[in-house]
Design a binder for this molecule. Structure first.
Ligand SMILES: CC(C)(COP(=O)(O)OP(=O)(O)OC[C@H]1O[C@@H](n2cnc3c(N)ncnc32)[C@H](O)[C@@H]1OP(=O)(O)O)[C@@H](O)C(=O)NCCC(=O)NCCS
Length: 403
């Protein structure tokens, strides 16, 4: 029927052009159509079923994309579906079209075995689809250029494709400090270098060498006299002074007055700047939803076993019945191993695990104590507090973009 809203994946060239037009009209002056076009043309894994659109008659009026990636939780690899470029053209808004798209997105993500859906999106809107803030996002530290040291013996030059394998090792070493982090494949490294785009933003990149060996790299962009450091990884903390000097030299060349980093406040370079008086922001958050909490907890089995083995609960034998109120899940540990994770019909009111709070616990974003304080329907009773603290420690995450 001509007037109905109808979901489809793009199939023809004309469909893709219509999807770009939806993005241009939904996000005026934000170049989101260019982001989608770049994914279509360059992303090594995405195909037409990763693009979602709704048509009214034969004209596309809304769309979104699924950007596949892998994230790690304490070393366990998870399949992540990032929802991005969510838009409805102005004259079709508030007609629940995003409900159609979200339903299709979830069904598709589930059928493809994704463990989590994530997005870096506008406030509040996505709560209706079950998303909750659960990993830190959008950090900033800002400092005057002339506060950084001037002298260094390290050499800077433009980053080359041959630098990728070593840069990847440096990045992975940096990422180890984060409980939740992304896993960037060599193909995505290449795509980012080729398109000169990090996430949705342009960048240039510089390599830093000590005795002809790569010891650091950073990705940067200058805007309104601010030298933005979007990504940085380096071999050892002992280099931090020299790296600051290299960045200062480049920033001066670019006539910047301030240096702003987008690195986690946990990063050694951010800490170095903060010690020197940099202003830091309060970060925003990734919004996250689990498609299947039972299989998610099952996947985390090796993580739980490692945490137990390093604690006073080594060799634990116990059943933990988590009451998520709408559903209940039993974890059975035998001699320190997770032997089963099952949905059950009964659970006492011992582990009260409001799902919106639990995702924050599972991803280390909030501690058990923080959540008990914030939510009356999240509580840990029966003397299980210490065990829950061991199984789910509070520890910051950070996601380096993977597209
Ligand atoms: C945000 C946007 C995608 C919503 O699209 P839409 O088709 O109007 O969404 P829906 O009609 O499916 O909205 C579902 C519900 O959310 C509500 N809603 C719509 N926009 C909202 C907003 N910005 N914040 C909070 N709630 C909103 C609607 O009122 C509706 O609830 P109701 O049926 O109870 O009234 C659209 O306004 C848009 O394209 N905005 C510009 C681009 C943008 O900001 N995209 C998001 C990037 S993360």
């Amino acid at each position: 029927m001509v007037n109905e809203y109808r979901f489809q994946h793009p199939e023809t060239r004309e469909d893709y052009e219509q999807l770009y037009e939806v993005m241009r009209r939904s996000f005026p002056d934000e170049d989101v159509d260019i982001i989608v076009r770049r994914l279509v043309e360059y992303h090594p894994e995405m195909s037409n079923t990763d693009y979602f659109m709704v048509k009214h008659g034969d004209k596309a009026v809304a769309g979104l994309v699924l950007i596949p990636q892998k994230w790690s939780i304490d070393g366990e690899e998870l399949n992540v579906a990032e929802m991005g470029c969510v838009g409805t053209v102005p004259e079709h808004r508030r007609k629940r079209i995003q409900w159609i798209l979200n339903k299709e997105f979830d069904e598709y993500a589930k059928s493809k075995g994704y463990d989590m859906c994530v997005l870096a999106g506008i406030p509040y809107f996505y709560r209706q689809f079950g998303y909750q803030y659960a990993v830190e996002l959008d950090y900033e530290t800002e400092i005057e250029v002339n506060i950084l040291p001037e002298e260094t013996s390290l050499v800077s030059r433009a980053f080359k494709e041959e630098d990728i394998p070593e840069a990847q090792r440096l990045l992975e070493q940096t990422q180890n400090r984060y409980l939740v982090h992304s896993i960037r494949t060599p193909e995505i490294w290449k795509m980012q270098q080729e398109t000169r785009t990090y996430g949705a933003e342009p960048f240039k990149s510089t390599a830093i060498l000590d005795d002809h060996k790569l010891v650091a790299y950073y990705r940067w962009w200058v805007e309104e006299k601010v030298f933005n450091v979007k990504e940085l990884a380096f071999k050892a903390e002992s280099y931090v002074d020299d790296i600051a000097a290299c960045i200062r030299q480049e920033a001066m060349k670019q006539k910047a007055e301030k240096i702003k980093t987008k690195l986690s406040h946990e990063d050694d370079f951010s800490k170095y700047l903060i010690e020197r008086g940099a202003e830091k922001n309060k970060p925003y958050g990734w919004q996250i939803k689990l498609l299947d909490p039972r299989s998610f907890l099952e996947k985390l089995g090796p993580v739980f076993e490692k945490r137990l083995a390093e604690s006073k609960f080594k060799g634990l034998t116990k059943e933990l019945c988590m009451n998520f109120w709408k559903y209940k899940i039993k974890l059975e540990f035998r001699e320190g191993k997770l032997v089963s994770v099952e949905t059950v019909s009964e659970a006492k009111r011992v582990l009260g695990m409001n799902p919106y709070a639990s995702i924050q616990l599972f991803l280390g974003y909030r501690s058990r104590e923080d959540l008990e304080y914030a939510y009356p329907d999240f509580y840990i009773r029966g003397g299980n507090e210490g065990l829950i603290d061991v199984l789910f420690p509070r520890k910051p995450g950070y996601i380096h973009y993977c597209y």
